[in-house]
Design a protein around this ligand. Structure first.
Ligand code: PEP
Length: 257
């Protein structure tokens, strides 16, 4: 059975005091349920890099995992403004969101660059969460699946058979991110099924059945149940609603069947 992954992407929000307070409130809601939740789901939060030390401290002793929103692919060097995988590992970061649409579209990250980051994450035994998703235009012109499968294929270039199961894929239709419009469970499930199909074709049944494919795009405490109860939707990548402890905790407690 694949454990659901509920991941909060805090984007460029919060200051240290607010970040610590948010973790405290999330922990107050979720720590008492930790043993039950751990049976079938994992929870992760990805603060901005500069808040990682404060959040790592605030998470001490909890089962909530720590993620990053991005990273460079080199271990060190003359890359002003960048953060290297060993720096994240030093603070207990286990997951890294890669290829988020905001990175692709605002910061012009290419499939090639994202692929290098995926390979670096795997090399460092982190869990890359590879984001794929079509724009509104691509959606409207019926190209969603083509775009998603191309991003997937290019993101997975060079990922060995034994390593693909360490990854998670996030299907995040760009038109649903931060817009309050979400893909219907049926729409999302169709794309998730196709992603799993592509992984199956390349890596075989057992690995395809292991890789988690999570959905992102205006997930909230009202729509999460219907999304994550679909068989191929293995959790959620949550932006806005992850900044409110009660909403995030409710999303974590989603009904999954
Ligand atoms: C995201 O940042 O990945 C995201 C899905 O944001 P939101 O939930 O706010 O749409």
């Amino acid at each position: 059975m694949r454990k659901k992954l509920i991941a909060g992407n805090w984007k460029m929000h919060l200051l240290p005091v607010g970040a610590r307070a948010l973790v405290e409130r999330i922990r107050a809601e979720l720590d008492p349920l930790a043993a039950t939740l751990a049976k079938d789901r994992e929870v992760m939060v990805a603060p901005p890099d500069i808040l990682i030390p404060a959040v790592a401290q605030a998470l001490a002793g909890s089962s909530i995992l720590l993620g990053a929103q991005n990273m460079h692919f080199e271990d060190k060097g003359a890359f002003t403004g960048e953060v290297a995988p060993p720096m994240l590992l030093a603070y207990g970061v286990t997951h890294v969101i890669l290829g988020h649409s905001e990175r692709r579209h605002i910061f012009h990250e290419t499939d090639d660059l994202i692929n290098k980051k995926v390979l670096a994450a795997i090399h460092h035994r982190m869990t890359p969460i590879l984001c794929v998703g079509e724009t509104q235009d691509e959606h409207d012109s019926g190209r969603a699946l083509d775009v998603v499968l191309r991003q997937l294929q290019r993101g997975l270039e060079g990922v060995a058979d034994d390593h693909v199961t360490r990854m998670a894929i996030a299907y995040e239709p760009v038109w649903a991110i931060g817009t309050g419009r979400t893909a219907t469970p049926a729409q999302a499930e169709a794309i998730h099924g196709a992603i799993r199909g592509a992984i199956l074709e390349r890596y075989g049944r057992e690995r395809a059945d292991t890789v988690r494919i999570i959905y992102g795009g205006s997930v909230n405490d009202e729509n999460v149940d219907s999304l994550v109860s679909k068989p191929d939707i293995d959790g959620a990548l949550v932006g806005g609603a992850s900044l409110k402890a009660d909403s995030f905790a409710r999303i974590v407690r989603a009904r999954t069947r």
